[in-house]
Design a protein. Structure first.
Length: 204
């Protein structure tokens, strides 16, 4: 395994542990929290139990590891400007959303309105998901020469868009955690899948 592949799989492992296993483990320790009803960022909210643990060992590593993994994937798309641009936008959206949660943790319960910190947190999320989704559609277009892979990326882009829209609807308040996880975990899965699909040696 070459150094770039090793770096990709190491960062993907960190992404899986910090982005999925740790948040779900902490959610079991909080009787006031539901993975179906509550935003992921509520785990790191101000004054929430285990918030420092989540912010330092979950949200921050997700931001860093997803950036590294996506940059590694970008290195496999030599000459494919559309795919590389899509990966950059996707990376900005995904890692930026989690970094925003670290720098500007939401108020307890992540209300729609609250402190100035909550406002910035909300804006970060409102920007991150659309930017990431646009990046995914551009990536799919850039991978059009591989129809199966392109369609898979489109599916993840659609799931991300659906998750984003649904978790904002007031009537879906009891399921916003599910919709956010649909979006985020689909993107995590795509990173792992592309690590196996995209060629490890860039095309000349």
């Amino acid at each position: 395994m070459n150094p770039a592949s090793l770096l990709f799989w190491a960062s993907s492992f960190v992404l899986l542990i910090s982005g999925v296993l740790l948040p779900e483990a902490i959610s079991f320790l909080r009787p006031d929290y539901s993975s179906i009803a509550n935003y992921i960022s509520e785990l790191g909210a101000k004054d929430a139990n285990y918030a420092p643990l989540i912010n330092v060992f979950s949200f921050l590593p997700v931001a860093l590891s997803s950036t590294i993994a996506i940059l590694c994937l970008r290195g496999r798309c030599s000459g494919n400007i559309l795919a590389k641009t899509g990966l950059v936008l996707w990376g900005i959206g995904l890692s930026g959303g989690y970094l925003g949660a670290v720098l500007f943790p939401c108020d307890y319960g992540c209300p729609a309105e609250g402190s100035s910190r909550q406002l910035i947190h909300n804006i970060a999320g409102l920007v991150a998901y659309p930017v990431g989704t646009i990046g995914l559609f551009l990536l799919a277009a850039g991978l059009a020469q591989n129809p199966a892979t392109s369609k898979f990326v489109v599916v993840v882009a659609i799931l991300t868009a659906i998750g984003f829209v649904m978790m904002l609807l007031p009537e879906q308040a009891d399921f916003r955690g599910f919709w956010q996880r649909l979006a985020d975990y689909s993107m995590f899965l795509l990173i792992l899948s592309l690590g196996r699909i995209l060629p490890r040696t860039p095309a000349p």
